[in-house]
Design a protein around this ligand. Sequence first.
Ligand code: ATP
Ligand code: MG
Ligand code: MG
Length: 403
Amino acid sequence: MAPQQTVGILGGGQLGRMLAHPAALMGIPLLILDSGAATPAKQVSLAPAPHAAHPDGAFTSPDHIRQLARAADVLTVEIEHVDADVLAQVERDGLCAVQPAPATIKLIQDKYLQKRHLQRHGIAVAPFDAVPDQPTAEDWSKLERQFGLPLMVKSRTNAYDGKGNSPLKSLTQEDITQTMQSLGKNKLYVEAWAPFVKEVAVMVVRNVNGDVKSYDAVETIHKDSILRVCFAPLRVSTTGGRGAGGLVDVNKRAKELAERAVATLDGAGIFGVEMFLMADGSLMINEIAPRPHNSGHHTIEACDTSQFENHLRAILSLPLGSTALRVPSAGMLNLIGTSDSMDPINKAVQAAYETPGATVHLYGKTECRKGRKMGHITITGSSDAQVRSRIRPILEAMNDLSA
Ligand code: ATP
Ligand code: MG
Ligand code: MG
């Protein structure tokens, strides 16, 4: 058998940590580039011989990326906010392969360019437009006439967990100033508000040989632009209600749309495709992540092959694993800090240990902060009703009944 190829990961957070588990099972050596010796991913993965330790440096540092490339056979990312130009150079210089393609990472980094790309390929997205640098009151009025209110104002780059989104409810000077201040110095664009009935996500995986598989669509529930809860598979009522007749085949259509969108992007790996389901049954893409994604965490317990294992298979030219659900129903609940205290999260974890079908994932982050993802809990069950009843006491324990 050919020797295992070493995978270098840019970023050592929770996604890297969850990649490390299947890598250990499959005997795949990992080198994790991040600052510090004990990031969530490094805590659970030993650097393979002959390297004494994982590289210690910023995943944005060109020198460290080049060093990693010399030591690895394939580079991949657990975060899209990396230096894609350096990755492209690494590939051109023949230092090692990079998956997904650096050009894909670069395109996705800028949400405005990502949206333009999707639109050019005939893929539905919410109406959007660029915001000029230092917009005037007249610029905002023009955008309001174009899209109405509220306007979803977004940072083009460096956005995650809703940090980079600011809904603008009115054009008063106060609201405009608040939005501009909250988004800092980043370049901005706006989207029309999407009055969706549900948010939906599909994980799509493509290997180096071009084989593609997608997971069943899930329902994602966000609060303040950050993912709280996810239910798999997606259920949509097609009886009663205005426009319910259009809500047929949503899973099939969501998978097709996600696969079509990913087909416009180069490179191997797993992609998280976020979508809005509208009242008439139509689907629009919100954004695509070129990496494992929070809306696919349930796949660890609930599917034949997890998104993390399939990502490794994809970038290493291995056959893709089955994406089928192996339980009738599953839910995923993010453990998000509400302050610097872990108390609410510890209470939820305690409740999860007392709940059948619940699996606790804590990411090993030493400091809790408001809005920081500290872990998640997956709940499986024999029916949607059972999953929901199992989630309820856990949500109650952390005093969050948003789902
Ligand atoms: P992620 O953590 O998924 O990378 P992000 O910071 O990139 O998030 P988005 O995915 O753009 O942010 O938006 C986060 C959430 O904000 C969406 O899932 C949705 O709930 C809400 N949202 C985003 N765009 C719109 C819109 N145009 N209309 C209504 N709600 C929106
Ligand atoms: Mg995003
Ligand atoms: Mg998103």
